[in-house]
Design a protein around this ligand. Sequence first.
Ligand code: 5GP
Ligand code: MN
Length: 355
Amino acid sequence: MDSLDRLKDLLRQPRKVVLTSHRNPDGDAIGSMLSLYHLMYQLGHQLHMIVPSAFPEFLDWMPAAEQILIYDEAPEQCPPIVQDAEIIFYLDFNDLERIDKIGELCHATQAFKVMIDHHLLPQQGIADYMLSNSTASSTCELVWDFIGLMGWQAQVNCTVAECIFTGLLTDTGGFKYGTSPKVYRLAALLIEQGVDDVVLQDRLFNSMSEKQLRLLGHALAHRMEILDEYHTGIITLTKKDYERFEISRGDTEGIVNYLLKLRNVKLAAFIHEQPTITKISLRSKGDLSVQEIAQKYFKGGGHKNASGGYSYIGLGPTVRKFKSVLPKIRDQLNKVAQIPDPCRGKGEGKPPTSE
Ligand code: 5GP
Ligand code: MN
């Protein structure tokens, strides 16, 4: 019996299921957990959701978000739940390191492990069934595929659809990157399930606090450096900035993307000091892989065009380390600086004549 059949077999009766996702959960992490939560609840399973750290306030409205256990805030509550699980879902991450202590807890159990994820280079040997595809826009897109494989289509109500749509929207930046014909078809299907996409986009993308918008203004006006020669932009935030702006969870979300709004910038770095580590968020355009940079120099990883990592050397040295990488990838930077045409080479044909 293959592992999907074993999973189907297990799920024929009510099971104790734990859904878990990565540190600093984003819309795709929370959306993939909640979509499976609302779906599997209808099938009679006993469900728990656990993440290592708090998620941003703009996701608080999501149905059943208040049920999500945050390990950092309730470390004593989580171990018995994980130890009791019969099935554990690893959602939107590719390495047990991404869920910190929960990873050790999960690894120690005999539970059947399911990984659904779209990051590059998934850790091998940690899941019994793995649905991993780095060409997918989001884990939520793969949750949709998983629903099809499990034959759960009848349980996709508007709440489930809304949660899947959330991951689709947040991981594509509102259909700005990582899209495909499949993404748009799936979006259409979810709208047919009743999701109001305009309301959803408004909730997800127009939900900044005044403090956040002022912080963004500060970052752009005073903490941005543009290295034109390398088509690169850097934004840094110091511990003092964190104190002055009282920065908390999610406040810096999306800042890095503003650098890519510059015509000449193809590589963007947001480098900021946290209590013990210096965190780096990287974004790129086209074929330039920030996954390789994050993995090679900053103990991290992620996707080709969106990755992250960290260091213990402090802000200044981390910025210098990042800058020292640029001459090594100069040719790639120059290559992506040549903007391709939007017809992907399929647009050459004779224009229609007026007859
Ligand atoms: P962000 O820059 O928004 O924090 O993360 C962008 C992407 O990089 C996400 O897909 C995330 O999973 C990945 N990522 C961020 N930080 C790390 C890290 O420290 N290690 C690894 N392996 N991936 C990371
Ligand atoms: Mn994701």
